[in-house]
Design a protein around this ligand. Sequence first.
Ligand code: PHE
Length: 338
Amino acid sequence: LKEEGLNAIRESQTLAALQQHRVLYLGKKGPIQEVMKSMKDLSAEERPKFGAAVNEIKSQIAAAIESKWAELEAKEMEDRLEREKIDITLEGYHPTVGNLHPLTLVQQELEDLFIGLGYTIGEGPEIEFDLYNFERANIPKGHPARDMQDTFYINAEELLRTHTTAIQTRQLEAYAPKLPIKVVCPGKVYRRDDDDATHSHQFTQMEGLVVAENITLSDLKGTLEFMAKKMFGEKRVIRFRPSYFQFTEPSVEVDVSCHICNGKGCPVCKGTGWIEILGAGMVHPNVLEMAGYDSKKCSGFAFGVGIERVAMLKYGIDDIRHFYTNDLRFLKTFTRFE
Ligand code: PHE
């Protein structure tokens, strides 16, 4: 019985098997208990000797279980360490981290700049009514000026907006007759155009609009010069050239002194020292009146800046199509820097 028990214990391969043997040999219903029962048939002298012998066997088995237990436990731990081993010299997994699109970076930089001046952000739909894109911008149906901004028509009344001036006319209507308005409106715009290095049938603009009492052209000039310095460097100055838009009077085209040659003349500014960046002017009285403002009691300025144009000048990009073809080698080079 002793040999049988010790053998069984020696051959146990797992802690679970050993536990079964523990229950069998040391528990209440095993073969040892069975043997103990036969003690009652023995004489009074033999009984203590027999009992001592059985107890001896019992404690040998208990000792064997204990040492085997420790052995199996150590082995199990070793197996587990082997199984869960991590090779810390293996090269790690590099998650691909995205970055913002250069147009988003420039748009956000402009937004931050104007929010700092107390402006809010305005938005409008890309599929726009003829009403807000043209008529409220003082460009009635049949007006030849529409030819310059031919676009994609959904039907007779709806089109893809050709400029963020469509958001301007919506903002005016929404605010009227409250004063003041100070808002910038970024968004995608569309024109029927043949794509090349400097033209795209879809591009991005940001409209600026301020309406209050006694707003003048010098307010516009101060605002745009501040913007030019923030975007292209503190040394920049701007100049106004007379121009024409139906929705502003007077209208101007705005040049920034070249940030590459500091105004001396280089290929970027075609030797002139100046780079055209946007169109602007004083909001036309008709535009104010159509939106519900009394043009004798307030005045305003507006400007429309091309985000692609600013990004191309700022980062030295020579082809507008780079922004839309999603070449990661191009897109990966842009992080936010001043
Ligand atoms: N909407 C004009 C354009 O797209 C730009 C502009 C905006 C001019 C606001 C004057 C005032 O060319």
